[in-house]
Ligand binder design. Structure first.
Ligand SMILES: NC(=O)c1ccc[n+]([C@@H]2O[C@H](COP(=O)([O-])OP(=O)(O)OC[C@H]3O[C@@H](n4cnc5c(N)ncnc54)[C@H](O)[C@@H]3O)[C@@H](O)[C@H]2O)c1
Ligand SMILES: CC(C)[C@H](C(=O)O)[C@@H](O)C(=O)O
Ligand SMILES: [Mg+2]
Length: 356
């Protein structure tokens, strides 16, 4: 099979980790007889530096023409001036919206080989297997925002808005995923305070009642969910929630397996090209040191093959290679409990060798 992938290395550790994922994709293509054409484009801070726009038209067009997009990460202190006209993160929000990627799948699964890496006790985390479905193109990220003068200086606002249709489509997608898994769907909101959450509760209950009566369905308030995630993570199967809650809960959940550097994601929805990326950021504190963990990006590449091209065997081959490396004790330094830590490049080498 021939496929065109756009790679967006981005900023900070982005280029280091995307490079390793590219090697893995090249290895898979050779092993399975595919031709993966991979072209790199600018997005984020590097694109602001090059042309003043975090998502240049040329990049967006290349993404639209591709089968799928693999992103490293964007952002960093260089572009963090609160008064700057634009930000790297604005490019990311825009590409999600332009490509219609309303659902962000963030799997959180513990590895038996890595139970010593979790800060939580083994008996709490072992067997955790959660699929978070985060709404990605609505809510407070995309609502009205601004600043105006105020007696004390200024005031600023961000509005959280959701429509029935926006909630229905992502809940439906999550409910379908639950059907293919253990049949349990949890919806997380803050309906005791927020009107937008009360609409979420109403709409999601009606979708489940009318279309998915076979599912075990419950609702949990987001503050309690933050606690349940680290006290009884095994109780959850598919968790659907709005944009901001999903962002926060999934960084928290990444510590169940043991590191943010292990957490991949798939942004899908429109039926066009999807966007695949680690859930972490550009990690400016370790950028350029060849110590970042490339596994989240490598696992995101596996999700890309699965969701964009239905290459299930190839995706599983990558996941099995990662398992093998972890089982053999391969650790980058973000994963606790290692003896000798591997560099980014060495971790890439191990995965490529495990595939070959
Ligand atoms: N999708 C994205 O592009 C994305 C996601 C999150 C944050 N960001 C941006 O990244 C920048 C930095 O944000 P932050 O520091 O809050 O979050 P971050 O996720 O970049 O880093 C948080 C911590 O985790 C560590 N870490 C992250 N990924 C790692 C990896 N692969 N291997 C080893 N350690 C890893 C970092 O070193 C840091 O200590 C900000 O500009 C933020 O907006 C971008
Ligand atoms: C960088 C930022 C805009 C982004 C988000 O909040 O969606 C990131 O935190 C993520 O999780 O992908
Ligand atoms: Mg985040």
């Amino acid at each position: 099979m021939q496929a065109d992938f756009v790679l967006l290395p981005g900023d900070g550790i982005g280029p280091e980790i995307v490079f390793q994922a590219k090697r893995v994709l090249t290895t898979v293509a050779a092993a399975f007889g595919h031709e993966f054409r991979m072209t790199e484009h600018l997005m984020g801070g590097c694109a602001i530096d090059a042309c003043g726009n975090p998502l240049p038209d040329e990049t967006l067009e290349a993404c639209r023409r591709s089968h799928a997009v693999l992103l490293g990460a964007v952002g960093g202190p260089k572009w963090d001036d609160p008064r700057a006209k634009t930000r790297p993160e604005a490019g990311l929000l825009r590409i999600r919206r332009e490509l219609g990627l309303f659902a962000n799948l963030r799997p959180t699964k513990t590895w038996d080989e890595l139970l010593d890496a979790s800060p939580l006790r083994r008996e709490i985390v072992q067997g955790t297997d959660i699929l978070f479905v985060r709404e990605l193109t609505g809510g407070i990220y995309f609502g009205d925002s601004g600043r105006r003068p105020h007696a004390s200086g200024e005031e600023a606002w961000n509005v959280m808005t959701y429509s029935t249709g926006e909630i229905e489509r992502v809940v439906r997608l999550a409910a379908q995923a639950a059907r293919g898994r253990r049949g349990r769907l949890t919806m997380v909101d803050k309906a005791n305070v927020l009107e937008a959450s009360r609409l979420w509760r109403q709409v999601s209950e009606s979708v489940v009642k009318n279309e998915f009566p076979d599912l075990q369905y419950n609702v949990v308030l987001v503050d309690a969910m933050a606690m349940h995630l680290i006290s009884k993570p095994r109780d959850f199967d598919v968790v659907v929630t709005e944009n901001l809650f999903g962002d926060i809960l999934t960084d928290e959940a990444s510590m169940l397996p043991g590191s943010l550097g292990l957490a991949p994601s798939a942004s899908i929805g429109s039926g066009g090209p999807g966007l695949f990326e680690p859930i972490h950021g550009s990690a400016p504190d370790i950028a350029g040191q060849n110590v970042a963990n490339p596994l989240a990006t490598i696992l995101a590449a596996a999700m890309m093959l699965r969701y964009s091209l239905q290459l299930e065997q190839e995706a599983q081959a990558i996941e099995a290679a990662v398992n093998k490396v972890l089982a053999a004790g391969g650790r980058t330094r973000d994963i606790c409990g290692g003896g000798e830590y591997l560099s980014t490049t060495e971790m890439g080498d191990r995965v490529v060798q495990a595939l070959a």
